[in-house]
Write a protein that binds this ligand. Structure first.
Ligand code: FAD
Length: 463
């Protein structure tokens, strides 16, 4: 962990300038105070006891909702002319304080931009506006025999623009890798932050620096992505009494020809703390649980294949039309959400484990004991099968957390540190000059989400 304090940024905009901006945008009914302004200034960073106190004082001075590109252009132009920082917001479900405005200014809620503009029936490539919820998008694709390749476990609420600007992967990562893997984002429509905002069409290569840049280097107004053929996914809960057998099975599954969309493994204490879908019995004492989304054609083989490895099929239900809790919402960061419901003094990490994960996992268990509980997700990264870890971690202070992160890195584990709020420190740890160049091109005055792109601050001498 690098940052223990927020970067030094210019003071909030003076009241007179905010008042004249609000006056200029009065037709859009800007929100100037109250709980709604506080809500629109926050996200799900409270999973981090490091970020929570740091970001608590950060508040927008004004917020607006836009429902058209014309309205967005009007707001962006006004911010550029008044030199007011602006932070973009989809559904506000990010975990890294991604849409918390560090320098005040204005928050733009883009949830009103929600059209699926087109879907090519042959290639399955679609273009949709940034604020569309992934649930609505997935439904519209499914009606035409297609589906999202990748979705976060927050599919029900989060937006397409927020997923690309803030997310990393999730359900589908076992097949399609992470969002930043080549081929998962095909193009962007971007509005520049200038007194006369321009609308640009970027191809896949030019779009890459805006993928996972927290909305610091361009306003995404529409996105073009590939889809996949719709599959009637079956949700399976499988119990294992042996952790070793469960872990071996998780790893082996990725090397079969069985079509799976997600495979998550929860260590017994984690499984015991989760709510289970109706009809699914809670785990027995000491039972680890493997959660699968499997294609119907895998079902002829899967139950017997799992049984030979010590797994017992505890529950099965189709995802489509299922009532109540979908299995997706026990996976990815929903596991953290549920665990923290009963263990508010715990936090988590986001890891990519080495190709042979077991020595690193054993070393972590030896040093941290039951202060670190495993939640694993099988993924593909750059084509290779890997395990992503979202372990639950008992919070014993900032120093202990930093020690744990150092220990992970020393073992060759890649840490996407959810206790940092810059693009670089929550990601690969390095400045990407292409992200900084995109900011120069699309946001020359540096007004977008100030403080989140470390490369820009260092370039501007503000770090
Ligand atoms: P927001 O939180 O509104 O925004 C995220 C970032 O994108 C912010 O920096 C914002 O400024 C920027 N942004 C938003 N819209 C635009 C735009 N139009 N143009 C430019 N920048 C923009 N993430 C995963 O990747 N996978 C998961 O499985 C996953 N599971 C989660 C589970 C839980 C319980 C929670 C709380 C979070 C989870 N997340 C996950 C994080 C988050 O939900 C997703 O990344 C989600 O897709 C973000 O979408 P959003 O609309 O809420 O984005």
């Amino acid at each position: 962990m690098v940052i223990r304090s927020l970067p030094v940024l210019p003071p909030p905009v003076d009241d007179a300038r905010i008042a004249s901006l609000a006056e200029e945008l009065s037709a859009l009914s800007p929100i100037r105070q109250g709980e709604e302004l506080a809500r629109l200034s926050s996200d799900f960073h409270a999973y981090s006891p490091v970020l929570e106190p740091l970001l608590a004082p950060c508040r927008a001075q004004l917020a607006v909702r836009v429902h058209s590109l014309d309205a967005l252009r009007q707001v962006v132009s006004a911010c550029a002319r008044h030199a007011v920082p602006l932070t973009l917001r989809g559904a506000g479900t990010g975990n890294y304080g991604q849409c918390v405005p560090l320098a005040g200014g204005l928050v733009i809620d883009l949830s009103g931009l929600r059209q699926l503009r087109q879907l090519d029936p042959i290639s399955g490539v679609f273009t949709a506006e940034a604020g569309i919820t992934l649930a609505s998008l997935d439904l519209q694709l499914t009606e035409r025999g297609r589906g999202l390749r990748l979705a976060p476990s927050t599919l029900r609420s989060s937006s397409l623009g927020g997923f690309i600007a803030g997310g990393a992967g999730g359900v589908g990562s076992l097949r399609w890798g992470f969002l930043r893997d080549a081929g998962n984002l095909l193009g962007l429509e971007v509005m520049t932050v200038e007194p006369e905002p321009r609308l640009l069409q970027l191809d896949a290569e030019a779009s890459a620096p805006l993928n996972h840049a927290y909305g610091t280097n361009g306003i995404l107004t529409a996105l073009t992505l590939p889809s996949c053929a719709a599959v009637d996914w079956q949700q399976l809960v499988v119990g294992f009494m042996s952790w070793e057998a469960a872990l071996d099975t998780l790893q082996e599954l990725s090397h079969t020809a069985l079509l799976l969309n997600n495979a998550a493994l929860l260590e017994a204490p984690v499984a015991a703390a989760l709510p289970w879908p109706s009809g699914c019995t809670p785990p027995r004492a000491g039972e680890h649980r493997l959660l699968l989304l499997a294609a119907p054609d895998a079902m002829a083989v899967l139950p017997a294949w799992l049984a030979t490895r010590g797994g017992t099929l505890q529950w099965q239900e189709p995802q489509a039309g299922g009532r109540g809790l979908p299995l997706r919402e026990l996976c990815w960061n929903h596991t953290t959400l549920h665990w923290r419901g009963s263990h508010p003094d715990w936090t988590y990490l986001q890891l990519l484990l080495p190709a042979d994960p077991q020595p690193a996992m054993a070393s972590l268990r030896q040093r941290w004991g039951e202060d670190l509980l495993w939640h694993l997700e099988a993924v593909r990264q750059d084509g290779a099968v890997r395990l992503s870890g979202l372990p639950l971690v008992r919070f014993r202070g900032v120093e202990a957390l930093a020690d744990l992160i150092d220990h992970c890195r020393g073992l060759g584990v890649l840490v996407f540190d959810p206790h940092e709020c810059s693009v670089e420190d929550g990601g690969m740890g390095q400045i990407d000059p292409a992200q900084v160049a995109a900011k120069s091109a699309h946001d020359p005055a540096g007004l977008l989400n100030p403080g989140k792109l470390r490369g820009w601050l260092e370039r501007a001498g503000q770090s």
